[in-house]
Design a protein around this ligand. Structure first.
Ligand code: SF4
Length: 241
């Protein structure tokens, strides 16, 4: 466990979030809380970023070692008392599953998480809350009920047919190939094209779909709020560098 005398800042920053957003993560990507069943386990954008920025990776390990309740206590104590346009959980890593904690600890965790969500919402925040398994989606939808937030499940569908047969609020990564190496510009362009064709196909099936503009343009999360919007059933992320 890493301990320093300096006050620990529990938040992280990401260039794709609008100014004054807050982001809270509980562990490293493709480690700690991420389910191995995730289609992009070890290959996602966050894993690459943590490989590049080792201080961020250390910070996430520190969060994991101290535990989610510790992170939430720090976040609640240091929550800025001003308008918060956008709030995001798990920019790095994933949310813990219920089985990751003792039942009593889980209850404290849920209470603190609800408090944080409610306080940020009262300051104007719209929430992006992604989870990578159906089990977590069910759990967090139940635990955060009544707070007016969307829990968006990352669909693990291997085919477009399967993706379109699902019916909850979800996201999907459009990739001509999933791998751990670099995604060059021409590959990204092919993935954007695939994402757009999947979104078009979804709309033909009366599924409201958005291709993430933070990946396809200079837009940012918080300007686009699709992930927090219950009426957007499917958000498609082109696999990108
Ligand atoms: S679709 Fe919009 S809200 Fe969702 S990640 Fe992309 S920019 Fe952010």
């Amino acid at each position: 466990m890493i301990t320093t005398k300096k006050k620990h800042n529990p938040f992280t920053v990401a260039s794709k979030l609008v100014k004054k957003s807050i982001a809270i993560s509980f562990g490293r990507s493709a480690n700690d809380f991420c389910a191995k069943s995730c289609r992009v386990y070890g290959a996602c954008y966050a894993t690459r970023i943590e490989r590049m920025y080792t201080d961020l990776e250390k910070k996430m390990l520190n969060h994991y070692m101290h535990g989610p309740v510790w992170v939430l206590n720090k976040a609640l104590a240091q929550l800025p008392n001003r308008f918060i346009p956008w709030a995001r959980l798990s920019v790095d890593g994933a949310l813990p599953a219920k089985s990751d904690m003792e039942p009593k600890r889980w209850k404290v965790y849920v209470r603190k998480l609800r408090e944080l969500v409610a306080k940020c919402s009262a300051r104007g925040a719209k929430w992006h809350i992604p989870v990578e398994t159906m089990g977590k989606a069910r759990t967090y939808r139940k635990e955060l009920r009544g707070l007016g937030v969307v829990v968006r499940r990352s669909s693990q569908a291997r085919t477009v047919k399967k993706l379109l047969s699902e019916n909850d609020t979800r996201s999907w990564i459009a990739a001509t190939e999933i791998h751990k190496g670099c995604v060059n510009n021409s590959e990204k362009a092919r993935n954007v094209e695939l994402a757009q064709s999947v979104a078009t196909e979804a709309r033909k099936h009366n599924i409201s779909a958005v291709v993430c503009p933070a990946i396809t343009s200079d837009s940012q999360c918080g300007k686009c709020t699709a992930c927090s919007n219950e009426s957007v059933q499917l958000v498609v992320y082109p696999f990108h560098p």
